[in-house]
Write a protein that binds this ligand. Structure first.
Ligand code: FAD
Length: 530
């Protein structure tokens, strides 16, 4: 019998033995009769500072023949028989092509490979090992590589990230994503922590192992293979063109190109793929000392080794727009995330240890089609580009990012000297006035929201907090329309997937969308002829 026990509140100094004892008492089964014991969720409850609890859900298996009713925090699980998957009957002619090795493309490829569909995964950028060298060289002042950068290359946009594996979508496939990450080398704790994260260092290993697994299962992965055109005839995809010369034929193409593949968006648009505009958010990165955030969130317990670097999530609704924190990176750094020449944009990343001096987060304001210049489906891309180019100019036209003390931003003056917080930006920085790099309706709301956030997180509004600009790639500015079969509207066999297509926001939800697409392909086609 399997028993799920929720809401076990423990103290910071309690051990696994204490947890077992409390569980045993709660369900009335002696620890000696536990056939297995597993933590399935662990979260921190800091609502009643200074008293902080760690709250667990656990799964106990026991062979004892006793009756335990499902009640309150206790649930006895019935054995549920899984329905077998029914594969489609249309014989697939050629192996499916997956474009993009971000989470959506990687997971679509992995699931297809696990089921014998031998996918061909095409990635415009380099493998993660070479990508790391190229990105580091750009950050050190080298040339921007337009095909391999923080947005493009093996692992996709989230490879240089905090590797947060949280999601707001309610889809059972999220568990599958975490399990596959675990099988590819992520630590076991991601399976039960309420806010799992793996950091850039672990994520790179995981991505590399996933590639190896896809190849071992009969798939193929090609780097420096940019899809430059789509072969579409009579409302059906027939294949793709790679690097302007090589034609690859396939009746199934997964389009997992992410939100920054602006050149590919244009090719698709010109080939008749239907796009619509989509809201997203823009703003700045804000940095505080991590210690300040730890203390604001955990009070006197902040230094307890069980707690680690604290995170936060804040938002303030104004009449038309919302200001909110996005992609917060505890103990991390702010990264230069450009993928186009003469643009500057930011994002954040951290390592598994989250042990750097600053906490950073995007502080962004919602924008939408009403703010774009015209009704062209790709107008949101142009809108992003405009602020990214201004940031490039404000930074001195050499990829330095414009930075400003929060106090100076509020008073509209260029910073002359930094205070207690030093920018962690991975490249060069230049003092500037970020009020010139963003629309006034964004800068005004950012300023107005600081007092509200300071009331929630004591010290958030310190004048020495550092702002770096600009943050523009919070999510896709477009959605590619797809039908009930998850194919692009009016184009059979072309499957838009993940964040770039407008169906995900984050690593896990993009991966889940990739799995859904793979399942749809398998429901439609059989792999007999491969
Ligand atoms: P992407 O990851 O963008 O992958 C698209 C891939 O397609 C890229 O590898 C690209 O090179 C390739 N491609 C594009 N065009 C072509 C073409 N024409 N031919 C061949 N290949 C092509 N999310 C989180 O959940 N947690 C985080 O901590 C987090 N931190 C982030 C930090 C940073 C610095 C960034 C940039 C993003 C972060 N995100 C985070 C967001 C997350 O990375 C994205 O939501 C996710 O990667 C989207 O997955 P995707 O597969 O849809 O697209």
């Amino acid at each position: 019998m399997k028993i799920l026990v929720y809401n076990l509140k423990m103290n910071l100094d309690d051990t696994i033995y204490d947890l077992k004892k409390v569980t045993s008492k709660k369900i009335g089964v002696s620890e000696r009769d536990f056939a297995s014991f597993k933590i399935v969720k662990e979260s921190i409850d800091a609502r009643k500072k200074p008293h902080i609890n760690i709250v667990y859900s656990v799964m106990v298996e026991t062979d004892r023949k006793i009756r335990i009713p499902s009640k309150g925090d206790i649930r006895v699980l019935e054995d549920v028989l899984k329905k077998p998957f029914v594969y489609g009957s249309i014989k697939i002619r050629e192996r499916p092509v997956v474009i993009g090795s971000g989470p959506a493309g990687l997971f679509a490829s992995l699931i297809l490979a696990q089921n014998g569909y031998k996918p061909l995964l095409l990635e415009r950028g380099e493998c993660v090992e070479k990508r790391t060298q190229i990105v580091n060289s750009f950050w050190a002042g080298g040339k921007l590589d337009e095909e391999t950068n923080v947005q493009f290359g093996e692992g996709g946009a989230g490879t240089f990230s905090d590797g947060k594996l949280t999601t707001r979508i309610n889809d059972k496939r999220s568990e599958m994503v975490l399990e596959e990450f675990y099988k590819s080398g992520a630590p076991e704790e991601i399976l039960y922590k309420a806010k799992p994260h793996i950091g850039t260092d672990v994520l790179k290993k995981v991505v590399c192992n996933m590639r190896k697994r896809i190849i071992d299962l009969g798939g193929e992965v090609r780097f420096n293979a940019k899809v430059t055109d789509f072969l579409i005839k009579d409302g059906k995809i027939e294949g793709v063109k790679v690097n302007n010369y090589e034609e690859i034929h396939s009746q199934v193409v997964v389009l997992a190109i992410g939100h920054s593949a602006r050149d590919t968006f244009e090719v698709l648009y010109n080939r008749g793929v239907k796009f619509v505009q989509k809201p997203f958010s823009i703003g700045v990165r804000i940095e505080h000392p991590q210690e300040l955030i730890n203390y604001a969130m955990y009070g006197d317990a902040a230094k307890h080794p069980r707690l680690g670097a604290a995170d936060y999530q804040i938002f303030k609704k104004f009449s038309k727009r919302t200001v909110y924190s996005f992609c917060m990176c505890p103990g991390g750094v702010v990264v230069g995330a450009a993928s186009e020449p003469e643009t500057v944009l930011t994002n954040g990343m951290s390592e598994f240890a989250r042990d750097r001096e600053n906490a950073n987060s995007a502080l962004v304001v919602s924008v939408g089609p009403e703010d774009f210049e015209n009704s062209h489906p790709l107008a949101g891309v142009e809108f992003q580009r405009r602020w990214e180019r201004l940031a490039f100019q404000c930074g001195g036209r050499n990829y330095a990012a414009p930075v400003q003390r929060l106090g100076d931003f509020i008073n509209g003056r260029v910073t002359r000297k930094l205070g207690s917080v030093k920018p962690s930006y991975t490249g060069k920085t230049e003092f500037s006035d970020l009020n010139y790099c963003l629309p006034p309706y964004v800068t005004d709301l950012l300023k107005k929201s600081i007092a509200f956030f300071d009331a929630k997180i004591n010290g958030f509004g310190i004048e020495d907090a550092v702002l770096t600009g600009v943050e523009t790639r919070t999510s896709s500015p477009v959605r590619i329309l797809r039908d009930d079969n998850l194919e692009a509207l009016d184009i059979r066999g072309l499957y838009p997937a993940g964040e770039g297509a407008g169906y995900a926001g984050g690593i896990v939800s993009a991966a889940v969308d990739g799995i859904r697409i793979a399942e749809k392909i398998m429901e439609t086609y059989s792999n007999e002829s491969l």
